[in-house]
Design a protein around this ligand. Sequence first.
Ligand code: PLP
Length: 384
Amino acid sequence: MQELKTPCYIIDEKKLKENLTILRDLEQKSGCHVLLAQKAFSMYRLYPLMGEYLSGTTASGLYEARLGKEEMGKENHVFAPAYKKDDMKELVEICDHIIFNSFSQYETHRDMIQAHNTALNEKQKKVSIGIRVNPECSTQGEHAIYDPCASGSRLGVTKANFPDTLPADIEGLHFHTLCEQDSDDLIKTFHVFEEKFGSYLKSEQIKWLNLGGGHHITRKGYHLKELEDLISYIKETYQVEVYLEPGEAVALNAGYLLTEVMDIVKNDLDILILDASAACHMPDVLEMPYRPPLKDAYPAGEKKYTYRLSSLTCLAGDVIGDYSFEKEIHIGDRLLFEDMAIYSMVKNNTFNGIPLPAIVLRKEDGTTETIKEFSYEDFKGRLS
Ligand SMILES: Cc1ncc(COP(=O)(O)O)c(C=O)c1O
């Protein structure tokens, strides 16, 4: 690690495979389909590997859908709150499931999908249409920003806005309500969903149910058996295919962000200036907010040396958190943030012209390969 240029994300192939194995076992035991939610982790160099374990990919719009098709080439699903007509022209060619957030979006695009499906021959797979519902069952406590069931949410159709009879070509229902949660919250949500929308599931028209993401399946202690039982119950009771589309769980704890201490300044406490930034390289730290795990570090005040970790940007609030260490920290030291594969590279930016971290793969045998380095051109190329 001393030889790597900082900042860089390091993706741990061994840990990723451990997660993928858990997800593949779940598919095999329960008969569900697990899709990678690319919004969390889109390191497509690893899509061929991930495709050996997972059923496919899900996307938040055209670009992710193209990436999933081009780089994994398995089942390819998409959900977006709204689609542009030009995008839909491409989506019908590359997606297996297209999920709408409203009946008006469905009506806007259904002719294009129908025309596409009608032109296919018997052997070709038709695009299957789904509707996202909002079961109005909040299980996330205070985290309204990540709660699609929070009051006034635009995500999913509520029961009050659902027709008694579904249009004949809608074959699937989708809900996504969780964030980093265990199976008990999913079970609770499913039962609320079932009470409100179970009658639609019973109709022969509905062929699949997508339970979204937010399932922390690969976290230690996750109640996997309860998830498997729920999936079996759904499949047996309603004769539908069940889909899960986790993002976090796929690459949970499978990545690091390596950074170097560039300076130490004093103002009541010692403040480290790092070449990594919360605002640029780990935006969830500020959005959630949360305190990322840091190797060999402890809560502030627990060990002898406490520091505030912050960055090179101009943003006063670009602070990662306060941590303590057994040893004094010096300029030039390297620090390793953990659990940095997810919602990091997909969200990063070049605010202040701060360079994007390189992407490094730590292979199973312990060797590293730098997959991608970024330069001034990457900063300039997005501006004009
Ligand atoms: C519709 C949908 N599916 C899947 C996911 C993936 O969620 P997670 O990464 O928490 O598993 C999200 C996350 O926002 C989502 O909005």
